[in-house]
Design a protein around this ligand. Structure first.
Ligand code: NIG
Ligand code: FE
Length: 408
């Protein structure tokens, strides 16, 4: 049974927008008085509402003014954690650095202690609450990293929690193993810790079907680039897709990402012209994390320069208890846009199909035939209102896999 939904005042389809590089607003591919024809989980057609009506078995009429856009994709989050890091934030506001707090055993280590101590059911509830809020805010696909376990038992606990939560909610959760987040206190030698993960954890993830993605925090205070590259190469040999926390405070990670053909290099606040040029010439998606810049009070990822160099730039929340506690994709994307001078098309591409590309997903992020029927509406009469309101106007309807999952 095909179903026509509409009419929508405007549909921002992004149909022919390219994967890489700077985008003008002509690439928004706007359809006015739009209808969207779907069948099961897929989009069959988007076009003039009246013209599509004869092809539909069923029509779902929408009244009032609405702008339709693809379901949002958040390609970098750490949504499974125990406890709070409000104390860290207070310290950072008074001038203490993120790296110093970590060095003193706080920061990520604090979340690790609290996450290890938490029951799986508590962690699952926390994840479901956060992912459900995200879905209501229009985020239909959410990447979720482990990384507050740092040993086989607790990393498996977190990845199992993601798998269980995924079966219970409407948003798509894409799991990633970030066991190599920092070196836990019980290992004095970082290389020995990475060898332990390679031998004891990574093979199990594939057998148990928990994830096919591996991440690592490349940073002198976490894992230096020399040993990180070797770990990632081994993960790649096992068949994992790679993503990297790269160039957050020091450069190094982005070069490994490009050399190893990683799906994405995320953070990049410290990237210089050299890294920007290299990413621009590569297929690795450059992921800007404005929530981390705001949470740490540091500069934004040079998104404008990356786009001008030819990169595919995605924008993501990095939602986590430490560096990025806010977790509001639309607020963060609009703020990044005004500071970095991005076009509407560049911002929307960054939170839809380019973010999907960072996850290796080609079936979502645009409103086009054959794509997943994931789309959202804003109660406005022109698309320009969306970013102008800096995230204050939220979606009022959300469809995931063709089903209306939120209607407020
Ligand atoms: O992406 N930089 C490393 N990891 C996370 C932060 C994790 C935390 O502070 O708990 C990030 O910013
Ligand atoms: Fe992160």
């Amino acid at each position: 049974m095909s179903k026509l939904i509409g009419p929508f005042t405007q549909a921002i389809t992004l149909q022919s927008a390219p994967e890489k590089g700077a985008l003008g607003d002509d690439t928004l591919d706007i359809v006015k008085n739009a209808g969207i024809l779907i069948k099961d989980e897929k989009i069959l057609e988007v076009g003039d509402f009246e013209a599509l009506a004869s092809q539909a078995d069923e029509i779902s009429e929408i009244s009032g003014h609405h702008v339709l856009v693809p379901g949002l994709v958040d390609c970098h989050t750490h949504l499974v954690w125990g406890g709070s890091r409000a104390r860290d934030y207070t310290l950072r506001m008074s001038g203490e650095s993120y790296e110093k707090i970590l060095e003193q055993g706080g920061g990520i280590f604090d979340s690790v202690a609290k996450t290890r101590a938490a029951d799986a059911s508590v962690l699952k509830n926390g994840l479901i609450n956060r992912a459900t809020r995200h879905l209501k805010d229009g985020v239909t696909t959410i990447e979720v990293k482990s990384g507050y376990g740092l040993d086989v038992e607790n990393e498996l606990k977190i990845l199992e929690v993601i798998k269980e939560a995924k079966a219970e909610i409407n948003a798509d959760l894409i799991p990633t193993c970030l066991a190599a987040h920092v070196c836990p206190k019980e290992f004095e030698d970082k290389q020995k810790f990475l060898s332990y993960l390679e031998n004891e954890l990574l093979p199990q993830l594939l057998v148990k079907g928990l994830t096919n993605r591996v991440d690592i925090f490349v940073e002198p205070s976490a894992f230096p680039k020399e040993i990180a590259a070797d770990y990632l190469q081994k993960a790649k040999n096992l068949g994992f897709d790679l993503t990297i926390h790269a160039d957050q405070f020091h450069t190094g990670g982005s070069k490994i990402a490009v050399d190893l053909g990683a799906s994405s290099a995320d953070h990049l606040e410290a990237s210089t012209e050299k890294e920007i040029e290299m990413l621009g010439a590569s297929e690795t998606v450059a992921v800007a994390l404005p929530g981390a810049s705001m949470g740490l009070g540091m500069n934004f990822t040079p998104a404008r320069k990356l786009l001008d160099a030819g990169a595919s730039v995605a924008i993501s929340t990095d939602w986590n208890p430490g560096s990025a506690p806010m977790g509001d994709l639309l607020v963060q994307a609009s703020i990044l846009g005004i500071y970095e001078k991005l076009s509407t098309a560049e911002i929307l591409a960054g939170i839809t199909y380019r973010a999907a590309k960072a996850l290796g997903l080609k079936d979502r992020g645009k409103i086009a035939p054959g794509m997943k029927a994931d789309f959202i509406t804003f109660p406005v009469d022109d698309y320009k209102e969306i970013l102008y309101n800096q995230g204050k106007i939220k979606p009022n309807m959300v469809w995931k896999n063709g089903n209306l999952v939120s209607d407020v």
